[in-house]
Design a protein around this ligand. Structure first.
Ligand code: LLP
Length: 457
């Protein structure tokens, strides 16, 4: 197979097509990911299919590590936010790099443990962890619990006391910073269900209580200001605000903030309109702000932790679909339907998220028509891309690739209309590795129980 790598990417890149990582176009006009022909992948594994370019995942992880490694004296941790995409294989890949892991439920924690992820590198999040979840974490002896509220603080201390076990914690605080992002994924502002608000004294009380709790070891503070963020100001503002409190807590309670976790949220390029910063820029600004504040307030520089999800996994994912029916409404629009939709990618319907698509078996044809790519769910709002450019030649049976679906696609997939969840394939160096098998109809009904009193007509 011959790939017209650079020249082809440049020519295609000039249109609306946006290729990521190792993606390229073969001489026969097929999209190629990780050296594997996407059309062959679709035929071998069926569609819809989530395909992950693992070389790109590795590259993103390295970019974060390299950005931090530039600061020799600094202590830091990169915790992959597994909510973005959590499967056994993904967790194992993350562990190859020695990253930490952010989990947010018993299910994510269980997946991590089953993947053999070192418990001491696991950070546990969540605004309403159940006792069962906390016990799972305590049994596994995970690294740190990020306490979100007073109820959790109390429950965790009680559980630890009853087991005569200690637990390191961070307190999640809400600095009142509004990140420029969609309202549903914005979390650092005052009106949010997450964390202890700084400006109304909640966080002060939480620090005092945590310091007094005999079984809890308060290491520091966490905040997460939102997602898909394209600037550094929000992080810097949040850091400055947190430091003003850290100074106060030091003076008033003798508490030293040894860890500052600034969360995730680094933006990615879903479409040409998105202009994310290089990952090192976010890190440089965060490190600079932390060092400056520490110095200005005569505090020791805390370890800096981050929790990227989307920026590690988002651009590496592509969803392959088979094109089916189309409907042309003259003067209005042409709908092209694919064999998946909001069940495998809820983001367009939930956040009006934008994506770009390529006809994977006609990737060289000029994308000369404007169409709406619809899913197959029984809901009018099941539209994946409202305005997509596809070649006029694109027809039923073709393979459509929706790009940049790696984050919060599989992890937010549903069974709406009883659609089975698609398979997941990792591709690299011309090899495809099935890491999640496609659900069957039997999987779908495997937990259903018959009506006890059933008598058929
Ligand atoms: N840390 C915390 C505490 C978080 O709440 C999140 C995301 C992250 C880290 C990772 O953020 P990332 O780097 O992936 O942006 N479902 C939405 C995103 C919800 C984000 C929830 N928290 C979406 O599809 O855009």
């Amino acid at each position: 197979m011959h790939f017209h790598k650079k020249a082809e990417r440049e020519r295609i890149g000039k249109g609306r097509l946006l290729l990521h990582g190792t993606q390229t176009v073969s001489s026969e006009g097929h999209l190629v990911i990780g050296g594997v022909d996407a059309v062959e992948l679709a035929h071998e594994f069926g569609t819809p299919l989530y395909v992950y370019d693992t070389a790109l995942i590795r590259e993103r992880i390295r970019q974060f590590k390299t950005a931090f490694a530039a600061y020799k004296e600094l202590e830091w941790q990169v915790a992959y936010a597994s909510k973005a995409f959590s499967t056994i294989a993904m967790i194992q890949l993350v562990n190859e790099f020695g990253l930490s892991l952010d989990v947010v439920s018993g299910g994510e924690l269980y997946t991590a443990l089953k993947a053999g992820f070192p418990a001491e590198n696991i950070h546990f999040h969540g605004n309403n962890k159940s006792d069962d979840e906390l016990v799972l974490a305590l049994d596994a002896k995970i690294g740190i619990d990020i306490v979100d509220n007073f109820y959790e603080l109390e429950r965790l201390e009680e559980l630890c006391a009853s087991r005569d076990q200690k637990m390191e914690i961070l307190l999640r605080v809400t600095p009142g910073v509004e990140a420029h992002t969609h309202e549903f994924i914005m979390t650092g502002h005052d009106d949010t269900k997450f964390g202890f608000n700084l400006d109304n004294g909640m966080a002060d009380r939480a620090v005092l209580l945590a310091l007094k709790a005999p079984h809890l070891i308060l290491k520091g503070v966490h905040c997460h200001i939102g997602s898909q963020i394209f600037e550094t100001e929000g992080f810097v503002r949040a850091i400055r605000i947190i430091f003003s409190y850290a100074e106060k807590w030091k003076d008033a309670y003798g508490f030293t903030m040894r860890v500052l976790n600034v969360g995730g949220g680094f933006g990615i390029k879903y479409t040409e309109e998105d202009l994310p910063l290089p990952l090192s820029k976010y890190i440089d600004s965060i490190v600079a702000a932390v060092c400056e504040e520490s110095r200005a307030r005569s505090l020791s520089i805390p370890a800096i932790w981050i929790e990227p999800g989307r920026s590690i996994i988002g651009e590496s994912g592509t969803t392959l679909y088979t094109v089916g029916a189309s409907k042309n409404i003259p003067g209005i629009r042409k709908y092209v339907a694919v064999d998946g939709g909001m069940a495998d990618n809820i983001r367009p319907a939930l956040y009006q998220a934008h994506y770009a698509a390529i006809c994977a078996n006609r990737a060289k044809d000029v994308a000369d028509q404007s169409v709406t790519i619809a899913g197959k769910c029984c809901e009018n709002g099941d539209v994946l891309i409202k305005e997509s450019r596809l070649p006029e030649s694109c027809r039923s049976g073709d393979i459509l690739a929706v790009l940049c679906t790696g984050a919060y696609g599989y992890s937010m997939a549903s069974h709406y209309n009883r659609l089975p969840n698609p398979a997941v394939v990792f591709v690299e160096n011309g090899e495809a590795d099935l890491v999640v098998r496609r659900e069957t109809y039997d999987d779908l009904i495997s937990n259903d129980l018959p009506l006890k009193t059933y008598s058929a007509h």
